[in-house]
Design a protein around this ligand. Structure first.
Ligand code: PLP
Length: 382
């Protein structure tokens, strides 16, 4: 089937290959291939096993108080904010996606603007437009580090939110504490002059980092900050739909968390199941094997190095952003596809010269794909 949407063509080709039993190397995946850890699986089973009838009912809109308190306690211990985090500062959400949608609905009015940074998770545009607002992504530096000047230059009277994503999908860049502190200082000055801008920090990959890299958060530098956290990747629970939103004490008086609970109801999600929230109580400090993901990432990096394809070395996340070896990135991606390798066009992330490679594919497959990468390069004489 002919189509003008580059992603649709790739997905169609993958489906066609599956139907015909042809071999394809699928690097478009965002489903974590490790799935849930054994420890977390045992916890889930024991929670279901000991469940009471009410545990299968609707969960409270902001989440179970016990789970919110456990997350707050954990943040006080591990993140050591300059204030005491309380259960009031935490709302359980059905994944980062659900959390972001509830936040945008709670914070934005018609025609407000949200500034983001390229490259960016493509769903942001939809989440923001669902709230009647507009997404305004700005360029990062060439190495995809945060370009504070560009962010500040994009601010106008319609700007209500700045949306950050670190570790970044798709680049794997982690914004440094220095950059975040600088941005915070500029935004604090603006707030003092009457324009208060909320910063939403999407930290869906906060615990998926390589070489134990830490992830600084703007919440430690700017009082109008909101963190969005997900357990889809680090606990391998993407299908369960669970994450949380953390706000600063500044939002307690504004009762933002109460509003979020109402938004989750109004948007029709209903909060994450009580069973999953009870499992999180016990499994909060579990993670899938990040070393395993790192090994897969290293394997892909080795192939790119060998083929002389340049890329942004990721510090976290489950993706790698590589540069098309020819100017026509569309031709490169379609040639790769012809030789059995599916990747995602960087144009979907605001980075048209690049393509995204998922690192959630096992090492055997990665190795086996090498010949296909070489064949595509040979066809294009690079
Ligand atoms: N934010 C980013 C940057 C993501 O990559 C994803 C999912 O891939 C999400 C949010 C949504 O994650 P969740 O499964 O927690 O809704």
């Amino acid at each position: 089937m002919q189509t003008s949407n580059p992603m649709e063509a790739i997905l169609n080709k993958l489906q066609e290959a599956r139907n015909n039993g042809e071999k394809m190397f699928d690097f478009t995946l965002s489903n974590p291939n490790l799935g849930v850890s054994n420890a977390m699986k045992s916890i889930l089973i024991s929670v279901v096993d000991s469940a009471r009838n009410e545990d299968f009912g609707y969960a409270p809109s902001q989440g179970l108080l016990s789970t919110r308190q456990t997350i707050a306690d954990d943040l006080n211990l591990q993140a050591q904010r300059n204030w005491s985090v309380t259960a009031q500062d935490i709302t359980i959400v059905p994944g980062a996606a659900g959390g972001l949608c509830a936040l945008f609905k709670a914070l934005l009015q018609q025609d407000d603007e949200v500034i983001g940074v390229k490259p960016y998770f493509p769903s942001y545009t939809h989440y923001i437009e669902n709230a009647g607002a507009h997404y305004v992504p700005v360029d990062a530096h060439e190495d995809f580090a945060l370009n504070i000047d560009n962010v500040i230059a994009a601010i106008n009277e319609k700007t209500k939110v700045i949306l950050l994503n670190s570790p970044n999908n798709p680049s794997g860049v982690i914004y440094s504490a220095e950059q975040l502190a600088q941005l915070a200082q500029k935004l604090t000055e603006l707030a003092q002059h009457g324009q208060k801008i909320d910063v939403i920090s999407d930290e869906a990959y906060a615990r998926v980092t390589y070489d134990s890299a830490s992830v600084p958060s703007i919440i430690d530098f700017y009082e109008h900050s909101i963190r969005v956290v997900s357990f889809s990747k680090d606990l391998g629970l993407a299908g369960i739909r669970i994450g949380y939103i953390e706000t600063t004490p500044n939002y307690r008086m504004l009762k933002l968390q109460d509003k979020l609970g109402a938004m989750i109801r109004n948007l029709g999600f209903v909060n994450t199941s009580t069973l999953a929230q009870k499992a999180l109580l016990k499994g909060l400090n579990e993670t899938v094997s990040i070393e395993y993901y790192q090994a897969q990432k290293d394997q892909i990096v080795a192939i790119l190095d060998e083929l002389n394809i340049s890329y942004c070395a990721p510090k976290g996340g489950l993706f790698l952003l590589a540069k098309s070896p020819i100017d026509d990135s569309g031709l490169w991606i379609s040639t790769l596809l012809k030789h059995g390798v599916a990747v995602v066009p960087g144009s979907l992330y605001g980075a048209p010269a690049y393509f995204r490679i998922s690192t959630t594919i096992d090492e055997q497959q990665i190795n086996a794909s090498k010949g296909s990468w070489k064949a595509a390069l040979a066809e294009l004489s690079c």
